[in-house]
Write a protein that binds this ligand. Structure first.
Ligand code: C5P
Length: 226
């Protein structure tokens, strides 16, 4: 029997990555940022110069892409990501990848390929997995399910600070808020595994909460249920 799984889903910029890493670190679990996998395929497709809507070619790229993810022991850093052996940790955070990832993630064949890998990684449990569909599709039997959200304005502010921290030049806040809302709209309205709160997920609105408060909330839920 597998160890427990914590599923953390929610819209862009709600703080999932930071919270996921800290919860995993505190509980001694692995973490997996599934968005990094969709970003990796998007990068591969963009590099080939393919039409993103050509599902046959996109699927071929997804099948040919070996994605390796490493938990970074430095809790504040993103997962290290290799694509066919090349380190693409930084490249997958580019504005071009961010702007195009939802179109790739909407394709059922791409989702089937990546969900299978995510299920294999989590097969023994003991993992905190974050994304859009973890509690609804990838691990519908996860012991703890969180739907992490915040207002679009708050999420734009955080993304702005993140981009600066990553050494990128952020667009202005209004543009960022539009981009985030547009990505959420695409992710929530797609046909396959759209972004939605699982019926048995706990909603955590992080507006005005510190990271530590959010982490403590999730750890309490975990200790109640496990
Ligand atoms: O989490 P992040 O913002 O990096 O995710 C990038 C994109 O990957 C999302 O906007 C969404 O289109 C897609 N995604 C998904 N399912 C997941 C994780 C991410 O469709 N489980």
């Amino acid at each position: 029997s597998r160890k427990p799984i914590i599923a953390i889903d929610g819209p862009a910029g709600a703080g999932k990555s930071t919270v996921t890493k800290r919860v995993a670190h505190k509980l001694g679990l692995l973490f997996l940022d599934t968005g990094a996998m969709y970003r990796s395929i998007t990068l591969a497709v963009l590099r080939e110069g393919l039409d993103l809507r050509n599902q046959e070619q996109v699927t071929a790229i997804a099948n040919a892409s070996k994605i390796q993810l490493f938990n970074n022991p430095v809790a504040e850093q993103p997962m290290r990501v290799l694509l066919n052996g090349e380190d693409i940790t930084t490249a997958i955070r580019s504005p071009e990848v961010t702007a195009n990832v939802s179109a790739i993630a909407a394709q059922p064949a791409v989702r089937a390929i990546l969900v299978k890998q995510q299920q294999a990684i989590g097969a023994n449990g003991g993992v905190v997995m974050e994304g859009r569909d973890i509690g609804t599709h990838v691990f519908p039997d996860a012991e703890v399910k969180i739907f992490l959200t915040a207002s679009a304005k708050e999420r734009a502010n955080r993304r702005y600070a993140d981009l600066i921290a990553q050494g990128q030049i952020p667009p202005d806040l209004t543009t960022l808020e539009h981009e985030i809302s547009e990505r959420d709209r695409q992710d929530s309205t797609r046909t396959h595994a759209p972004l939605t709160q699982a019926a048995n997920a706990t909603l955590v609105n992080t507006d005005g909460l510190s990271i530590d408060e959010v982490v403590a909330t999730i750890i309490n839920l975990y200790e109640e249920k496990v």
